[in-house]
Design a protein around this ligand. Sequence first.
Ligand code: IPM
Ligand code: MN
Length: 369
Amino acid sequence: MAKNYKIAVLPGDGTGPEVIAEGMKVVHAAAEKFGFTIESDTYDWGGTRYMREGTIMPDDATDILRKYNAIYLGAIGRPDVPPGILEKGILLKLRFELDQYINLRPVKLFPGVECPLANKKPEDIDYVVVRENSGDVYTGMGGVAMKGTPHEVATQVMTYSRAQVDRCLKFAFETARKRHTKENPWRGLSAEDIAAGKTAQLTLCGKSNVLTYVFNMWERALHEMAPQYPEVKINYCHVDAICMWMVKNPEWFDVIVTTNMFGDIITDLAAMTQGGMGIAAGGNLNPEGVSMFEPIGGSAPKYTGMNVINPLAAVLSGAMMLDYLGESEAARAIEKSVAYITANKLKSLSAGKMGYSTSEVGDLVVENL
Ligand code: IPM
Ligand code: MN
């Protein structure tokens, strides 16, 4: 019997519904081609519902979502809602309550895409960032005292438990191990590395010269786990330095693992090097639970309803979702189709400049599957 997957679709705000519509179009076409089925329910949670009803999502939202194989999210955010309410009320809440402790963000320059870095080609920009997604300043520890006085103090603490670090590193090592084979090792390795049996590289991105307690723990954990993954070469970069190298020498990276806030920041930079938010996909993963796939970019409210936004980030997030569900052939086919249309069809990845409308881009991906 054909496999069936149940997906909770959260189109969200702004252009979210437009890009998710194209993503679902592609996912359904891939399902048909590769012999599985997708059953989906759509929930109107987010800022628009908040403006209408005063609640962002129902109280039992996470219980509802736990019944699905995956969640597919468009974008959350409205300019008329103050910052923090929607982010905390839905995005961060779901990440935390469903314990999606990994935020996986592939950084890949597709062929034909204009890259802001001089002389960089698709083979130079092809790495993944494993962003820890449950700890750090996002935990919300801290507070404010003497508010409104000249002595006001505010703290927001970077917290990490060893357990959070270990589960994230394990995922990062596994990701590095799976990305390459002995026959086809990562191209950045030296002859010595290859002779030593290495096939992949894992770079920890931190700030061990200032955040000494937290990154001492991360570094110890990294070194303690490394012997279990003899094929993975380990490496370390400070977060400020990695911003330089991601621009100057992106070919130096294979898998980067980092903390929540650093990961948030460096993946926006990384997204720009691969052509921008129009194509940057991501997944919030709970390897033991329900995962949620979403473009990295926001709701782009000014383009709402115009059929001009680029849906490829949503399409590629959909491909990540299928890969995660075990339909890796379908996922690769979608990626190949996207690569074909970036190389041969689209004039640009920017909204309104693609040479095609949002829905036409979705159609092109389907036609070339
Ligand atoms: C992201 C976003 C979120 C984050 C915001 C909207 C809370 O920037 O997914 O990268 O900081 O994680
Ligand atoms: Mn971000």
